[in-house]
Design a protein around this ligand. Sequence first.
Ligand code: ATP
Length: 351
Amino acid sequence: MEIHLNKLTMQFNDIKAVNKLSTTIRDGELVSLLGPSGCGKSTTLMLLAGLYKPTSGKIYFGDKDVTKLEAENREIGMVFQNYALYPHLSVLKNIMFPLRMQKVPKKESKKLAQEMAELVQIGHLVDRKPAQLSGGQQQRVAIARALVKKPKLLLLDEPLSNLDAKLRLEMREEIRRIQQEIGITAIFVTHDQEEALSISDRVMLMNKGVLQQDSPPQEMYKTPVNQFAAGFLGNPPINFVTLAKSGNDKYLLNELAPFRLPNVIEEDKVQIGLRPENLYISDEAEAICTGKVIHIETIGRDTLIKVEIAGETLRALIDPSLQINIGDYCHLGIEEECIHYFHPETGVRLG
Ligand code: ATP
């Protein structure tokens, strides 16, 4: 089912938790709502679910205006981070619960619940109580229960937060598999950029209630529309430095620290963004800048170095086989298309 949001706004007292949010989510798409705590992700989900009614704006499911439709009539399945399973009921009865509420005959609801249990691969655990399951298995029960009524939209609110790192990985792949297998439109709330980038067809990045960027994961990473988007995505985080233009391809951090960058902007000043994984140790001729190594650390397969340039520090992920020591001077290079330019005051992408 396709979903349209038109200038959706939710105001709580003096806070606009969601501010004029407009987008279209295509049928069968999995879209992540990503952003820092308090940016309005959960409020957006509650509005979609019909648990909140917006201050203004419209929600359409297909062609139908559902803005005022009650939650129980929206044909939505929801999964929360705390699973919210009934502890005294078996797995099968937990999954059957929404059908029983709808007075579906017992035999029929048992069959449907068993089918759902098979889909989420807990078919062999249906007689157990939730307490006898692992966190990942409990989450599978919650997903099966959300899907058993064959909803047209699946809403997931930080569904992986209570799982350990390994299970999170496994369950996010599972959620994607299940979503694709049944072809349901899904909206996934997370504050974890890696989760959002890995699971989604499209990411909606929010800040302070305002949609910042709405694009496929790779595009958001490669072409962030503003400084916020550039800073929110990437680990270790992107480096920002403000430079003053000084001639054709010359920019200055200050007199001691020239940067050589392609001449793509007209402004006198520019904020540049350089991702640590795009920087490399180069020879002088192709370097954009030169600085002193002040920190070296191994993270995973890479080596993270911090390079000090006239009081600013740049993080770079470099080849671990390079011999480098604290106190060394090094030249840093980067591919031209990996340099991000932003307006120094507004943070909007330039060039
Ligand atoms: P988190 O990741 O911490 O859950 P979030 O992005 O989901 O955050 P929301 O819960 O949607 O953010 O909250 C957005 C803003 O609206 C916050 O400033 C929050 O304090 C405020 N807010 C949310 N619900 C209410 C409410 N019922 N009454 C008043 N203010 C609220």
